[in-house]
Design a protein around this ligand. Structure first.
Ligand SMILES: [Zn+2]
Length: 345
């Protein structure tokens, strides 16, 4: 379950929770935002909990850090003489209206100068103080070429560094065997290079702040398929130098997804939400969403439905659903909605 979020840990030197007081808590306000914004899976892509908002919480606190760096929080005095503020969170409603966080000066005895009031659109009366000059969204690049992998440049992966770095991030079988790990890494890097040569879209841009105090910069992520050709286990972090791409480290896919989501919603197939479903679920699945609810429990997120709509994997125990567990320990209840439970029977 989502615990109260430590914004300081995720927002570097700028802590949105020190800057503004969020009535009801930062997580509760994040949930409000998720409801107002276009439907998106905001949990850890590999996560089991439907109310996990870890990607959104990371997005919120780090977008705030970037807005602060770029001086894009806007402040005005409204018609009542009250100090108000607003920031563009970079997300949109279903009607493609940008969403703003609206702030008001906090009570003088509070530690935060600002009080968060609501997520609003530009048409909200409270935004009138900003006139036509609504706050700008955070931006991460000036030249779109930074987002693309330049296939003319060589990739130099420092395998001897990478192989001993973050060993806990490797699949179990590779963790205890350095030689095996090195070989798998070598093959996976070669495959990643081939894949990005075929399609530059394989490389996913992400934003990286080396420390809480330092300036960030753009890096690219490439898939490392260590065990199976089509399944990425890790992301290779690639830095552009004047004459090549250098790779020193690897990231877990969930960490990679969070950092990439800060810049844009990743559309590379290898970094999308990785369904964590029971092993015998061989057909194609989609997760329930706002417009495509679970047929068993009506949930908007977390349950899965087979491509042919015949089988539902519901997260909630309900009726005679058959209990199933995934490798990562999530529990589903399988419901055959029509036809035979066992097609061979
Ligand atoms: Zn369900």
């Amino acid at each position: 379950m989502t615990s109260e979020f430590d914004a300081a840990e995720n927002g570097g030197s700028f802590n949105i929770a020190d800057f503004a007081w969020f009535p009801g808590g930062f997580v509760a306000q994040a949930r409000e935002l998720a409801t107002l914004a276009q439907d998106e899976r905001w949990g850890d892509p590999a996560g089991a909990f439907r109310d996990d908002l870890s990607v959104l919480l990371y997005y919120l606190s780090n977008t705030a850090r970037r807005l602060d760096e770029q001086h894009r929080f806007e402040f005005r005095t409204d018609s009542r003489g009250v100090e108000v503020g607003a920031f563009n969170i970079g997300l949109f409603t279903d009607n493609y209206e940008p969403i703003f966080g609206f702030l008001e000066q906090n009570e003088p005895d509070r530690s935060q100068k600002w009080k968060f009031r609501a997520w609003v659109t530009a048409s909200d009366f409270r935004m009138r103080s900003f006139g036509d000059c609504v706050p700008q969204a955070a931006s991460y690049f000036e030249n779109p070429a930074e987002l693309l992998y330049d296939r003319r440049l060589p990739l130099n992966a420092r395998l001897d560094h990478i192989v001993d770095d973050n060993v806990d991030r490797y699949p179990d079988v590779l963790r205890d065997n350095r030689q095996l790990r090195r070989n798998a890494l070598h093959g996976a890097v070669d495959e990643a290079i081939k894949r990005v040569q075929q399609s530059y879209k394989t490389a996913v841009p992400h934003w990286y702040w080396p420390t809480a105090e330092s300036d960030g910069h753009m890096q690219l992520l490439l898939p490392l398929c260590l065990m199976e050709f089509s399944h990425a286990d890790l992301a290779l972090v690639v830095d552009r130098t004047p004459h090549d791409y250098a790779a020193y480290t690897v990231l877990h896919l969930d960490g990679a997804y969070k950092r990439a989501r800060l810049v844009a919603r990743p559309d590379a197939d290898w970094l999308g939400p990785q369904p964590d479903l029971p092993e015998d679920a061989e057909q194609r699945w989609r997760f329930s969403s706002r417009g495509d609810r679970c047929p068993v429990c009506s949930s908007e997120a977390g349950c899965a439905l087979s491509a042919d709509n015949r089988v539902a994997l519901c997260r909630t125990e309900h009726g005679d659903g058959e209990r199933q567990e995934t490798k990562r320990g999530a529990t589903f209840f399988k419901h055959v909605l029509w036809g035979n439970a066992d097609p061979a029977a």
